[in-house]
Write a protein that binds this ligand. Structure first.
Ligand SMILES: *[C@@H]1O[C@H](CO)[C@@H](O)[C@H](O)[C@H]1NC(C)=O
Ligand SMILES: *[C@@H]1O[C@H](CO)[C@@H](O)[C@H](O)[C@H]1NC(C)=O
Length: 188
C-alpha cells in the first residue's frame, strides 16, 4: 500500500513537472555544420537553431559559442558567435549562421554552444546544443587531391594523347602533300 502511494506520488510529481514545463517558455537548440568538409583556410558554415517549444515567450535569449571556436584557431569570416534575441514567441524559432575558417588542420572536437534565456517570471535558464562530435579539418592540399574537381587528370590525359593526335595530323598532312590531287573524303 505504502509502495503504491509512493508510486502515485511520483507520477503526480512527474506530471506537475511536465505541466509547469509546458506552461512556460522551453527552449531547445541545435548546432549543425552545413559544410560537408572542414578544410584549413576555407569557409566552414555552421547553423544554429533555437526553438521555443513552450507555451510562453522566451525572453533575452543569448547564444554563445565563442569557446568552441577560439580565435587563435579559427577566423570568424561572417556572423557572430555570441548573439542576442530579445524574444522568441511560443512555438517560434530562430536560426543563425556563422562562417568560420579553420587556421590549422587536424582532429578537432566540436563542443556544444550555450543558450540562455529568461522565462516570464525572470528565471534564468541555461541549455546546451547538441555536440556534433569529433571532426577532422583537412589540409588544403589533401582536400584538393581528394575532392577538388579533377581538372588535373584531364590535363594529364590530354598531354598523354596529344603526341598521338598530333602525330596522326602530321602524317595526314604529309600524305595530303604526297598525293595532292586525291580529294579528301569527308566523314560526316
Ligand atoms: C520555424 O519558424 C518558421 C516561421 O518563422 C516556420 O515556418 C518553421 O516551420 C519553423 N520551424 C520549426 C522546425 O518549427
Ligand atoms: C576529442 O574528445 C575525445 C573524447 O573526449 C578525446 O578522446 C579526443 O582526444 C579529443 N580530440 C581532440 C583533438 O582534442
Amino acid at each position: 500500500m505504502k509502495f503504491s502511494l509512493f508510486a502515485l506520488l511520483a507520477v503526480a510529481v512527474t506530471c506537475a513537472d511536465v505541466g509547469t514545463q509546458t506552461k512556460d517558455a522551453f527552449v531547445l537548440a541545435h548546432k549543425q555544420p552545413l559544410s560537408t568538409y572542414a578544410v584549413e583556410n576555407m569557409d566552414f558554415v555552421l547553423e544554429y537553431g533555437i526553438y521555443n517549444v513552450g507555451d510562453k515567450p522566451a525572453q533575452k535569449v543569448t547564444l554563445d559559442d565563442r569557446h568552441s571556436f577560439p580565435t587563435n584557431s579559427f577566423e570568424i569570416v561572417k556572423g557572430l558567435l555570441h548573439v542576442h534575441f530579445e524574444k522568441i514567441p511560443a512555438g517560434g524559432n530562430v536560426t543563425h549562421s556563422v562562417v568560420i575558417r579553420p587556421r590549422a588542420y587536424g582532429f578537432f572536437n566540436y563542443t556544444a554552444a550555450q543558450v540562455t534565456y529568461y522565462t516570464d517570471n525572470e528565471n534564468l535558464h541555461v541549455t546546451l546544443t547538441n555536440t556534433p562530435g569529433e571532426g577532422y579539418i583537412y589540409r588544403q592540399k589533401e582536400y584538393d587531391r581528394r575532392f577538388a574537381p579533377k581538372y588535373t587528370y584531364f590535363l594529364v590525359f590530354f598531354a598523354l594523347i596529344a603526341p598521338t593526335t598530333l602525330g596522326s595530323y602530321v602524317l595526314f598532312e604529309q600524305s595530303k602533300a604526297r598525293f595532292p590531287n586525291k580529294p579528301v573524303k569527308k566523314t560526316t
